[in-house]
Design a protein around this ligand. Structure first.
Ligand code: AMP
Length: 414
């Protein structure tokens, strides 16, 4: 046995589980093309500065969880902990704003955070994310939230709860943060939160410690300090969500872990998930383009944790490809067997030849292990007369056809 083990917080995926990943990935592509989104793929690593500037150097993700390394030319690079900053970098660098329409993108891929691994929390995990660029309307927020909720509903995730809040903007947030800092510094908090009171007081709302939770009950809320523009925006988000007919809960403690959020913030949690209950989260990030040196444009998006969705997936459609094994009675018929298999592959059907097991009995055993639907049997008579004997592995019925009629049979049975 090898003494080299899987790195902590990572997972190997095997065929049975991969079926669920394929289902989920196909569904994302199909579902989001309905809303006119297109896929974007950015590199797994980026210059570290992208994340410290984009996400915020005081956030947990940047200050504690990044996989940062120096390459041979002494550049500081980081395995992406999330994909929004990369997408915005790419949009600025390649001038998406002028070139691509509509400015709606999704991505799917691995992210990396040096987090404490537990069920639903890994160091290499996967997100799919959806982003609408250059749109500052409340309707865009509501449509995005509706799509996220509908997506999880369509794939059969139960116990969904949609939480929304507004985290204000650069006009109204500074005064609120000043007031929050003042209260937080006097409050009874854990050591970790005491450290956040000055630098990042919003994060105290995320603390799971009972004492901190109790203290935050008395903290002022951003929602009560919104400027007129943010209030109007939030009201219109709610009104549009009501129009879609979806239920939501206003959670005034929902602040999200990344600094770039403005105005609308939301999360969808599953009541069936336990401690790591957030399936997806997102919101508006109107300042990020400018922060990264781009034009001053608004944007909204979310990221969903694919491992957590898969943990909750009870019913999914397996790919329905029928399996046929081509069985050859004598080792010298292997050439004919390959020719027949080729007629399956080229006609668009699934087939398998057991090259390493020349005995017919062994080949049948393998057919059962594979869960084959049909076996095409090539014996002496079949090869001599250009016939094929086809056995239905479930009903055990057998029939012989002419080789030239194979395509007709395939059309009827596969
Ligand atoms: P965030 O990018 O932190 O807003 O997270 C968005 C979603 O990604 C969360 O709601 C989770 O479902 C998922 N997620 C975040 N961090 C992890 C992790 N370490 N392991 C697994 N899923 C994660």
């Amino acid at each position: 046995m090898t003494d080299i083990k899987l790195p902590k917080g990572t997972k190997d995926l095997f065929p049975k589980e991969i079926e669920k990943w394929h289902f989920l990935e196909d569904k994302i592509k199909e579902f989001y093309s309905r809303f006119m989104y297109q896929e974007v793929r950015t590199p797994i690593f980026e210059h570290s500065e992208l994340f410290s500037r984009g996400i915020g150097s005081e956030t947990e993700v940047v200050s504690k969880e990044m996989y940062t390394f120096e390459d041979k030319a002494k550049r500081s690079l980081t395995l992406r902990p999330e994909n929004t900053a990369s997408l915005v970098r790419a949009a600025i660098e390649h001038n998406f704003i002028e070139e691509i329409y509509p400015l709606r993108f999704y991505y799917i891929g691995p992210m990396f955070r040096y987090d404490k691994p537990q069920k639903g929390r890994y160091r290499q995990f996967h997100q799919f994310g959806v982003e609408i660029l250059a749109d500052d309307s409340a309707q865009a927020d509501a449509e995005l939230i509706f799509s996220a909720n509908k997506f999880l509903d369509e794939i059969g995730i139960k116990g969904l709860k949609l939480l929304i809040n507004s985290v204000g903007c650069k006009k109204c947030r500074p005064a609120y943060l000043k007031a929050l800092r003042k209260v937080a510094k006097k409050a009874e908090l854990c050591n970790d939160c005491k450290g956040k009171a000055e630098k990042n007081p919003l994060r105290i709302f995320d603390c799971k410690q009972q004492n901190c939770k109790k203290s935050t009950e008395k903290f002022p809320r951003m929602l009560d300090s919104l400027c007129e523009e943010c209030t109007t925006h939030f009201d219109l988000v709610k009104e549009t969500l009501d129009g879609f007919g979806i239920k939501y809960t206003i959670d005034t403690t929902l602040v999200r872990g990344l600094d770039y959020y403005t105005k609308t913030a939301f999360e969808i949690v599953s009541e069936e998930l336990g401690a790591q209950d957030a399936l997806l989260g997102g919101g508006r990030y109107d300042g990020l383009f400018k922060e990264l040196g781009g034009p001053d444009i608004a944007a909204v998006g979310f990221a969903a944790g694919m491992e957590r969705i898969i943990l909750n997936l009870s019913d999914y459609h397996k790919p329905k490809i029928k399996k046929t094994i081509i069985i050859y009675q004598q080792p010298q018929f292997i050439k004919e067997a390959i020719k027949i298999a080729q007629k399956f592959w080229e006609n668009g059907y699934g087939a398998f030849v057991e090259y390493s097991q020349k005995k017919m009995k062994k080949q049948f055993q393998r057919a059962n292990k594979l869960g084959a639907d049909f076996a095409v049997i090539l014996g002496e008579d079949e090869v001599k007369n250009n016939h094929l004997t086809i056995k239905d592995m479930k009903s055990r019925e057998q029939k012989t056809i002419q080789t030239r009629d194979l395509q007709k049979w395939q059309k009827e049975y596969l």
